[in-house]
Design a protein around this ligand. Structure first.
Ligand code: PXP
Length: 236
């Protein structure tokens, strides 16, 4: 299993003072040197952390894989088609939310999303859809022609007792098997940390996890490269 590092919260710290540091681009370089398989950033409509300049510079600097997380809105689609990341991950977005709250509503939006997927494919950009780990969502992702599904692990990460954790783990595991058999590349993310990642690493179909907040907060105490190394070791 590989580790993609989400650097949004390095930019969150920068935005707390409105200056130019810490620079998420520096974090991306360190993450790659420490073994990350990719860099993820979410360009939000409200630019609350990562901004347009970051995405442009990251496109030039990232040598592993740049995954632009984004809502499928005309403005951000235009920016993504211009910048040409290696991969886009389509997520739902609400201005009031603190973080992405759940999977994308793919069911019922297949026609729109198929057109979006095609526009990215025409530019050679892979498309991942971030979804709840359930078979009906996976069927809808296949119908849209996407390449990858990122299974939302937030409910698993928030489980507060062993029984709930087991139910959510089984749900993710079954979804990963179903998605792989449907021909999709399977990844996962949201809320993962050094305490809860262990069981997820046993799901062989999940090729990569995307981790941000927990890694950045760990980095405050151990340093960024060290934090990435610990997470790379934990997932592999
Ligand atoms: N994957 C997706 C689609 C996300 O929206 C996020 C949060 O930006 C993550 C992964 C990473 O989540 P966390 O910051 O909780 O590790």
């Amino acid at each position: 299993m590989r580790l993609a590092v989400n650097i949004d919260h390095v930019a969150t710290l920068r935005e707390a003072r409105g200056g130019i540091e810490p620079d998420p681009v520096h974090a991306a370089v360190l993450a790659e040197l420490a073994g990350a398989s990719g860099i993820v950033c979410h360009l939000r409509e409200d630019r609350r952390h990562v901004n347009d300049r970051d995405v442009r510079v990251l496109r030039d600097v990232v040598t592993t894989k740049l995954d632009l997380e984004m809502a499928a809105t005309p403005e951000i689609i235009g920016i993504a088609l211009d910048i040409v990341p290696d991969l886009v991950t389509l997520v739902p977005e609400r201005r009031e939310e603190l973080t992405t709250e759940g999977g994308l509503a793919v069911i019922g939006n297949e026609d729109y999303l198929s057109d979006v997927v095609k526009a990215f494919h025409d530019k050679g950009i892979l498309v991942s859809l971030f979804i709840e780990p359930d078979a009906q969502h996976i069927d809808a992702v296949v119908a849209c022609g996407a390449d990858i599904i990122e299974l939302h692990t937030g409910t698993y990460a928030n489980a507060r007792n062993a029984a709930a954790l087991t139910i959510q783990f089984e749900r993710i595991s079954a979804a990963a098997q179903y998605a792989e058999s449907a021909g999709l590349i399977v990844t996962a993310g949201h809320g993962l940390d050094l305490r809860n990642i262990g069981p997820i690493t046993t799901i062989s179909q999940i090729e990569e996890v995307s981790i941000g907040h927990a890694l950045v907060r760990h980095a405050l105490f151990v340093g960024f490269e060290q934090a990435v190394r610990e997470y790379v070791a934990a997932v592999s």
